[in-house]
Design a protein around this ligand. Structure first.
Ligand code: ADP
Ligand code: MG
Length: 289
């Protein structure tokens, strides 16, 4: 038999990849997937493009993607430019009135708009939303407001506006909200994603971050926990530090709201979203019911 030409070997590989994706595409068709976008995938130009391509592809193949984003590093950068003090307390940004104002300007005015533009450019129209739009989020001050200031906890999600928009567009949600008196609050984007997933009864919630996933030892990337039942996460939550705690809490919220899985994936890997959804290869930490 003649040796296979390099061209057809490449083609063969693509066909296998597509065939591998098929059962997943079938399973996820029409299903809602909430995606928490943040970290490196939001900062690096190549990763931003890869993310937009992936989300648009999800919409094209019949999934219902909902993007929820934060903006940590960019907010910090603008605060520094304005000579404002940047402080964190137990993973939450200490937010006085000025900090909240800057955070909102950056989140809604800049980052949200940029994500929307990029998705539009890739061929699927997106619509940006903040917590106030269509009364999406109702917030109350977090219990330790005395230490962290205007940080809000989401008490209720009004999914009506999301369902309307998602029928035709990709909703892109900025993690910012106001209370009834019009005071703005910062909201942790993981919390927002988890609560949105729960309220929508999403099929899946996926969290992009800058580590491989949930690590048994935070200083050792090889200690990745690949698959864990939600009860084990709930039992260990108290002992988890930093930004991983709200992320795992958000996974718990998503699962308790009916999601079939919640996955924390490495957003530093280009197309990690597609790899997670459409290939057999394990990726990050999957939390299961
Ligand atoms: P994101 O932008 O994805 O929300 P965060 O910084 O808020 O990122 O949260 C992820 C961070 O949580 C990691 O970069 C790491 O510093 C910290 N962390 C604390 N404990 C763990 C753990 N057990 N496994 C992984 N990360 C952990
Ligand atoms: Mg975080």
């Amino acid at each position: 038999m003649p040796e296979q030409a390099p061209q057809s070997r490449v083609a063969g590989t693509s066909v296998e990849t597509l065939l591998e994706a098929l059962p997943y595409i079938r399973e996820f068709h029409g299903r809602t997937v909430v995606i928490k976008y943040g970290g490196a995938a939001m900062l690096d130009e190549e990763l931003r493009e890869a993310f937009a391509t992936d989300v648009v592809l999800l919409k094209y193949v019949g999934l219902n993607p909902i993007v929820v984003h934060g903006g940590g590093p960019e907010i910090t950068r603008y605060m520094e430019r304005l000579d404002l003090e940047v402080r964190f307390h137990e993973g939450l940004r200490v937010s006085d009135a000025e900090t909240v104002e800057v955070a909102k300007m950056v989140l809604v005015g800049k980052l949200n708009s940029e994500i929307v533009q990029r998705l539009n450019r890739h061929g699927q129209p997106a619509v940006g939303l903040a917590g106030e739009d269509g009364t999406l989020f109702e917030v109350a001050p977090v219990p330790n407001a005395e230490q962290v200031g205007f940080v809000g906890s989401i008490e209720r999600v009004d999914v009506d506006v999301l369902n309307h928009i998602a029928a035709d567009y990709i909703p892109v949600i900025a993690s910012s909200a106001s209370d009834r008196e019009g005071q703005s609050y910062n909201v942790n984007a993981d919390e927002a994603a988890g609560k949105v997933a729960a309220a929508l009864g999403a099929h899946k919630a996926i969290f992009l971050t800058d580590v491989a996933g949930w690590l048994a030892d935070p200083d050792d990337e090889s200690s990745l926990i690949t698959r864990v039942p939600v009860t084990e996460v709930e039992a260990g939550l108290e002992k988890i530090d930093g930004g991983m705690r709200p992320k795992l809490q958000a996974c718990v919220d998503a699962i308790r709201g009916g999601a079939q899985s919640a996955t924390i994936i490495d957003g530093r890997v280009p197309h990690s979203l597609l790899l997670e959804l459409f290939t057999d290869a394990g990726n990050g930490t999957m939390i299961t019911p």
